[in-house]
Design a protein around this ligand. Structure first.
Ligand SMILES: NC(=O)c1ccc[n+]([C@@H]2O[C@H](COP(=O)([O-])OP(=O)(O)OC[C@H]3O[C@@H](n4cnc5c(N)ncnc54)[C@H](OP(=O)(O)O)[C@@H]3O)[C@@H](O)[C@H]2O)c1
Length: 299
């Protein structure tokens, strides 16, 4: 990682064209503008990413018009934040490569262009079978891992950068056999976290997931695996003295398409914990933690 700093703080939010990702982009813009205008920090550039560029552009325009007249966006009163959009399908290696190259081009540099990556995109499918498990893990587990690895390997992360992962309270460990819950909790390496994901898929294909101590639930297990992975990769990065920290969180039960209108929280309320992990001083240097309701929780 290079230590060359760009003048603004750069944030990237996946799946920001709707739902909590949109709320996270809005809250980042508002909070960083407030800090910058009081002289407490640099201005920010927030990249909303979307797998469909047109949907991303529509979200960008909607957000710009929502924030108009609020001293948030550059060119509007005392505003300092900038918003932009990038195409990214997190499940596609080509799309991840193209997004990284385009981000470097827009920021005018090859290295050290990104301060905070928020892995927000996720899916919750109906039904339960091997195909649902493959698709769910493809987005909620493997794509998160792949994007983080691609971003880290590309060298675009700045010194002391942060990575935030949207997990879920559905990833809590009750309902698993105690020895399996212990395996989740004690995974110290990415290899161990991956092995749990692989064992779950094999157990589902054999119709034996309950027998082996898992739950018959693709979404919940994908989130339990991504929490285990976050802890494991933080552990590996600590050993190699990386300055990037990574933490995961539950945003709460938020009213989005995913929760089919049943969520109790607004997008802005759902953005609180992820944005706290992205910005707050109290999180500085902390890594591998699971947060909910704006505080660290035992998992
Ligand atoms: N809502 C809740 O109460 C709740 C609770 C706990 C955790 N979470 C987590 O919070 C995150 C956001 O949830 P949400 O409720 O806002 O969901 P949502 O309303 O369904 O939005 C999901 C977002 O992810 C994007 N996405 C899905 N697959 C993608 C892919 N392959 N590449 C890029 N983007 C992709 C979607 O893009 P498209 O528009 O293109 O589909 C959309 O922007 C998820 O990780 C979810 O698991 C949510």
């Amino acid at each position: 990682m290079s230590s060359t700093a760009s003048p603004s703080r750069v944030f990237l939010v996946t799946g920001a064209n709707r739902g909590i990702g949109y709320g996270i982009a809005r809250r980042l813009a508002v909070q960083t503008a407030a800090t910058a205008s009081s002289g407490g920090g640099p201005p920010s550039t927030i990249y909303l990413t979307s797998r469909d560029l047109q949907r991303g552009q529509q979200a960008l325009e909607a957000l710009r018009s929502e924030l108009k007249g609020q001293d948030v966006l550059q060119g509007d009163g005392a505003g300092t934040s900038q918003l932009d959009v990038l195409e990214l399908d997190v499940t596609s290696a080509q799309s991840r490569r193209d997004m990284i190259a385009e981000l470097q081009r827009r920021q005018g540099a090859q290295h050290a262009v990104l301060d905070v990556l928020v892995n927000n995109s996720g899916i919750a499918l109906d039904g339960f079978n091997g195909d649902v498990v493959t698709k769910t893990f493809g987005t909620n587990y493997y794509a998160v891992k792949d994007l983080v690895e691609d971003v880290k390997k590309s060298g675009i992360l700045k010194r002391d950068s942060r990575i935030v992962v949207l997990a879920s309270m559905a990833g809590r460990l009750d309902g698993y056999k105690p020895e399996l819950a212990k395996r989740f909790r004690e995974a110290k390496t990415v290899k161990e976290a991956d092995a749990i994901a692989t064992d779950f898929k094999q157990a589902v294909d054999a119709g034996k997931e309950k027998e082996q101590g898992f739950k018959s639930a693709a979404y919940a297990t994908s989130k339990a695996c991504i929490i285990a992975w976050t802890r494991a990769i933080a552990n590996e990065w600590a050993a190699e003295k990386a300055t990037t920290t990574i933490n995961c969180c539950c945003p709460g039960y938020v009213n989005t398409d995913m929760t089919k209108g049943r969520g109790a929280l607004t997008l802005d309320q759902g953005a609180r914990t992820p944005v706290l992990l992205a910005l707050a001083d109290e999180v500085k240097g902390r890594s591998g933690e699971y947060w909910a309701n704006q505080k660290m929780e035992r998992w």
